[in-house]
Design a protein. Structure first.
Length: 161
């Protein structure tokens, strides 16, 4: 199966970006693993790897600094829109995110953007519910000590490189 063409769609700010430089390293019917460099130069984030969990409503990324040290794990709540006729996958960021730092500290961010998006009619109530339910499942996975299951596809690829 040929690698899909990936797009990242954001609600705030409204944009849809072709991830033209992302490399699809592995894919099956449940996950897509990619390697990438930061789209916009930043002092802290340089490159990373991501695993798109196609049936779980999240994307888990390992963020690295330029010196190849771990910055943190970044978990996006997302939804996937596959378009088989063009072999594309549009990954819509549903705003809520979770950061897991190397010391294990967990931080939930951008919940306020969900409220803004709902108030400005950028998302529906159903999308808000979907985002919050996916966030809840992700946090349950992390807090129950099972985050390694979500990290594993990225870690497996990095070890085999």
């Amino acid at each position: 199966m040929p690698a899909p063409i990936l797009y990242r769609k954001r609600i705030i700010p409204a944009e849809c970006v072709l991830l033209k430089d992302d490399q699809v390293l592995y894919q099956d019917e449940e996950i897509i693993v990619t390697g990438w460099h930061s789209l916009k130069p930043r002092k802290d984030l340089h490159h990373g790897f991501s695993c798109y969990f196609l049936k779980e409503g999240c994307k888990v990324s390992k963020f690295y600094r330029e010196d190849n040290s771990l910055l943190y794990w970044y978990c996006d709540i997302v939804e996937y829109d596959f378009r088989p006729e063009s072999n594309t996958c549009i990954v819509t960021d549903l705003l809520a995110d979770v950061i897991v730092y190397p010391d294990g500290f967990v931080k939930v961010v951008d919940i306020d953007e969900l409220v803004t998006a709902l108030n400005e009619n950028l998302i529906s109530e159903d999308t808000l519910k979907k985002s919050l339910c996916s966030l809840s499942r992700l946090l349950d996975t992390i807090y129950s000590g099972n985050f390694d299951r979500l990290k594993m596809p990225v870690e497996r690829f990095i070890r085999n490189e």
